[in-house]
Design a protein around this ligand. Structure first.
Ligand SMILES: Cc1cc2nc3c(=O)[nH]c(=O)nc-3n(C[C@H](O)[C@H](O)[C@H](O)COP(=O)(O)OP(=O)(O)OC[C@H]3O[C@@H](n4cnc5c(N)ncnc54)[C@H](O)[C@@H]3O)c2cc1C
Ligand code: SF4
Ligand code: SF4
Length: 507
């Protein structure tokens, strides 16, 4: 039997942060994860995060893991890590059983932080067990962890953030995305994520569901159908799509089996996506000394998982008699961060129309004066890197990071620094003074191969439709842009309000 002070189960963002805050309080921590590589979902997240600086906004998920590992190293004398180890059982006498490479071990901790994350839900439809039908997270793991391209053409089912992000990453991997379908009239994910894939030409079909998948040894086709307002299929609305990948992204459920096994009090919460433990403000469950954090406490986002992890780790340490010297201030600040992250617009909105995009442009006089930013971010989401990136102070938010960014067109000099810092890729710069008949655009472009100066490529509108050939004037890709290169593109002024993207190959 291994006796330890605190066991943290799960080395995702929540578990890593719980480990850091507990160890920094003086607690000896055993961190267990069933994977060989710590980081949980973060290791496959190649996109920039939302939130504020404190939750590493504008940093890519996989790079956040390295930041957290560096913090773990600071307290390494207090932390033992058991990777490749799965906790299998949790019993009433407080004993955990775990398996590591075929060996079974018993662990008796004085306190626990359960940070086991969540699992992906699936969808019921005929032939949903054909090879080629995946959970979206599995596809993300294949591509971003193992470097395997899962197929040639995909259908994404579910337009929450995960579905939208992975649709974009599929295209980055060279996979054609036939469509993203969503069963309700309004999508669940951020509009800026939706815009990224729409301007690549991917339709987002709301009020659609899968009727069936077809194929012999592998999915070859799916049939989708439209739903009426009661979510019943509309007769005759079938559409057939030839695809060899179907990604199911219809939500996550908290992984709480270990807590249920030991008799922890649970409740069902629709908002938190399933059965979650009943907790107090310390993130302590009905079992004394057993804390939770992250998706185990209810499915939210990685930024919240980190903050909850820090809170649970501080409280677990305090429970064990290791109160952090700055405990009260830290907890107060973390609670403010959590409130702020949760304060975003909950009501689902229609996606912005082309009129909305057009009316958002600065006046034509200002555009013709010289370069100026155009910020296409119309939904209140917890995010503020644009305000921090702009050293002119030209982007502000009224109260907190859930407000919409406001641009001062008088002070903005069109430098474009904010463009590569925006996780929503929602900012571009337009310069009407470039020439008599052409405007210069600066847009972010996260695809390979990159075009080069002098190339003439296809100019696309916000739906990914071809509008005109355009000329690449400059390609900027310094290290400080962190893998979000900036393209300077000369575009006919006829398409001033329409141009938004490019495609290199013929259309
Ligand atoms: C596909 C996908 C994409 C996402 N994209 C985003 C995004 O873009 N932005 C965002 O903010 N959030 C995103 N999320 C959500 C975000 O990743 C999660 O909210 C966050 O990772 C939750 O952190 P966590 O530490 O609670 O869980 P996880 O990151 O899931 O970590 C849980 C860890 O526990 C380990 N574990 C589980 N059970 C056991 C056991 N019995 N024994 C040992 N170890 C165990 C797992 O191996 C894992 O490492 C995404 C989630 C998924 C699934
Ligand atoms: S383009 Fe430059 S000056 Fe204008 S808002 Fe962005 S960072 Fe600020
Ligand atoms: S414009 Fe600002 S608030 Fe909107 S997604 Fe970009 S960085 Fe976030």
């Amino acid at each position: 039997m291994k006796n330890v002070e605190l066991v943290v189960i799960g080395g995702g963002p929540a578990g890593l942060c719980a480990t850091i805050s507990a160890a920094s309080s003086g607690t000896n921590v055993l961190l267990i994860d069933r994977n060989k590589k710590l980081g949980g979902q973060l290791v496959k997240q190649t996109h920039m995060f939302f939130g504020s600086e404190k939750q590493y906004a504008s940093v890519r998920g996989l790079d956040i893991t390295n930041i957290l590992f560096n913090d773990i190293e600071k307290y390494r004398d207090k932390i033992e890590i058991m990777d490749d180890t799965t906790v299998l059982g949790y019993y009433e006498d407080g004993v955990l059983t775990a398996e590591n490479k075929g060996k079974y071990i018993k662990i008796k901790p004085k306190s626990i932080v359960m940070a086991t994350g969540a699992y992906e839900k699936t969808s019921a439809f005929p032939n949903n067990d054909l090879p080629g039908i995946y959970g979206a997270g599995a596809v993300q793991t294949l591509m971003n962890v193992y470097g395997v391209v899962p197929g040639k053409r995909a259908l994404m089912v579910g337009a929450g953030n995960i579905g939208l992000i992975i649709a974009y990453q599929l295209m980055q991997a060279g996979v054609d995305v036939a469509a993203v379908i969503h069963h309700s009239p309004r999508i669940g994910g951020y509009h800026v994520h939706a815009s990224k894939i729409q301007r690549m030409g991917v339709p987002i079909l709301t009020n659609y569901a899968i009727k069936e998948a077809k194929g012999k040894d592998h999915v070859e086709q799916v049939v989708i159908w439209e739903l009426d307002k009661d979510k019943n299929p509309i007769e005759g609305s079938d559409k057939e799509l030839d695809v060899d990948i179907v990604c199911i992204s219809v939500g996550l459920s908290p992984l709480t089996e270990l807590l249920m096994q030991v008799g922890c009090e649970m409740k069902y919460s629709k908002e938190l996506s399933g059965l979650v433990p009943i907790i107090d403000e310390k993130y302590q469950t009905s079992l004394k000394g057993v804390f939770v954090a992250g998706d185990t406490a209810g499915v939210e986002e990685a930024s919240m998982a980190m903050v909850e992890g820090y809170i649970a780790g501080l409280h677990a340490a305090d429970y064990l008699g290791h109160r952090h010297e700055n405990f009260d201030n830290l907890i107060d600040d973390l609670k403010i961060q959590l409130d702020s992250l949760r304060n975003g617009e909950k009501k689902r909105m229609d996606l912005p129309t082309s009129e909305k995009f057009k009316s958002n442009f600065p006046s034509i006089d200002r555009i013709n004066e010289g370069p100026v930013a155009v910020i296409e971010c119309f939904q209140k989401i917890p995010c503020n890197p644009c305000t921090i990136a702009c050293n002119q102070g030209s982007i502000t938010m009224e109260n907190d990071m859930n407000d919409l960014p406001k641009l001062n067109i008088e002070t903005c000099n069109g430098c474009g620094i904010c463009i590569s810092k925006c996780p929503g890729l929602a900012i571009m710069v337009v310069d009407g003074s470039y020439s008599e008949d052409r405007a210069l655009f600066k847009i972010p472009y996260e695809f390979t191969p990159l075009p080069k100066a002098g190339d003439v490529v296809k100019g696309l509108d916000r739906s990914g439709d071809y509008i005109s050939d355009v000329e690449i004037v400059k390609v900027l890709n310094p290290k400080s842009f962190d893998r979000t290169p900036l393209l300077h593109i000369a575009v006919s002024k006829d398409y001033l309000y329409d141009f938004r993207n490019i495609r290199l190959e013929d259309i």
